[in-house]
Ligand binder design. Structure first.
Ligand SMILES: O=C(O)CCC(=O)C1=CC=C[C@@H](O)[C@@H]1C(=O)O
Ligand SMILES: [Mg+2]
Length: 354
């Protein structure tokens, strides 16, 4: 196929409620859509949305890199699979060392385009038998009674897993919150926690002792000293998940049998091929790959859903969608606890920037 036109379209989406990123209160989410059109008239969409405090690149860096790349792609003749894992263009993009969010946008647009060219859906391009129904992980941001109520609301709405943020209050308060949520939730709903490296060793051990008897699906990145996670698992039995560790250079080597899950965020990891490689490494080590969002627009979330469906049917961290008060997609790519994958990809996305 020949690339006829490439556009970089900045967006700013209002958030339904403010979120703290990088110790700053944000009321909107900024990102860039990457639109790639082939001479046949097919259009592939990608999303570059650096997350403040988590991404290494700024939005301005992402935008200038994406514009340069777009200019270099126009007029090029590429094989349909060139941008996919193992493809010729993928190797050149690897060598370019692009910012993670930029690489995700490019990978996603080329995957979208490849799917249209061969008459399949993106998950079908990535896997011969992708998941048909994708369960989502419900996200709870607050603490106290409000958090217990949100968790209950999510369970009633049909979410099969709920993730609570911990490490933002005293350990005793976190223990009380986790116990209250555990009591309120039906046993079939998995309880996940995320401490974002907030705890010292002693705090993590005190937490593990405090929640003894509570069945946890896993705790993401409990320790300020992340290299001690295997020791924490060994000493306490707390099931642990890797997240931030995987985003660091060489972080994939941390995927070992002690970990329960690997949380994979393509926007922060650097695209489709890298995410799929980490998912394969996780499976090989007996670690569950859990695809997750970094508060992208519907275009990015649609792509992460494709990756999740191609790597299994673990409840995916796409509930960030509920934080967007407006989106670039209409209708919404999903608004429930489960995504009907064939439905999501039944037609090309209708994109417009609000
Ligand atoms: O993992 C999920 O279910 C949703 C995404 C999510 O919780 C996060 C995305 C990006 C940064 C953080 O706010 C947080 C995380 O650390 O996992
Ligand atoms: Mg996390």
């Amino acid at each position: 196929m020949t690339i006829a036109d490439v556009r970089v379209l900045p967006y700013r989406l209002p958030l339904a409620e403010p979120v703290m990123w990088n110790s700053e209160r944000r009321e909107a989410r900024d990102g860039l859509l990457f639109r790639v059109e082939s001479i046949g008239g097919h259009v592939g969409w990608g999303d570059a949305a650096p997350l403040p405090g988590f991404s290494r690149e700024s939005l301005a860096e992402a935008e200038s890199t994406l514009r340069d790349l777009g200019a270099a792609l126009v007029g090029r003749e590429i094989d349909v699979g060139a941008g996919l894992p193992g493809g010729a263009l993928a190797a050149a993009l690897d060598a370019a060392g692009l910012p993670a969010s930029v690489r995700f946008a490019v990978d996603l647009a080329l995957l979208d385009l490849a799917a249209l060219e061969v008459g399949r859906t993106p998950p079908q391009v990535l896997h011969p038998d992708p998941a048909v129904v994708l369960p989502l992980n419900g996200l709870v941001m607050g603490t106290g009674d409000a958090a217990v109520e949100s968790a209950l609301w999510l369970a009633k709405a049909g979410y099969v897993a709920v993730k609570l943020k911990v490490g933002r209050q005293r350990v005793a308060e976190d223990v009380a919150l986790v116990r209250a949520v555990d009591e309120a939730l039906p046993a079939a709903v998995a309880l996940r926690l995320d401490a974002n490296r907030a705890w010292s060793w002693d705090e993590a051990v005190a937490f593990a002792e405090g929640v003894d008897g509570v069945v946890l699906d896993y705790v993401e990145e409990p320790l300020a000293e992340p290299e001690r996670m295997p020791e924490l698992w060994h000493d306490t039995g707390l099931p642990l998940a890797l997240d931030e560790t995987l985003q660091e250079p060489g972080g994939g080597t941390a995927i070992r049998g002690w970990a329960e899950a690997a949380v994979l965020k393509p926007t922060l990891l650097g695209g489709v091929a890298r995410t799929l490689a980490l998912a394969a490494a996780a499976r090989a080590a007996g670690v569950r790959p859990v695809l997750s969002a970094a508060f992208e627009s519907g275009v990015g979330l649609r792509g992460i859903a494709a990756l999740a469906a191609a790597t299994g049917a673990e409840p995916a961290g796409l509930d960030t969608y509920r934080w967007l008060a407006a989106d670039v997609l209409s209708p919404l790519p999903f608004d429930r606890a489960r995504v009907d994958m064939p439905g999501l990809f039944a037609s090309p996305p209708a994109v417009s920037i609000p």
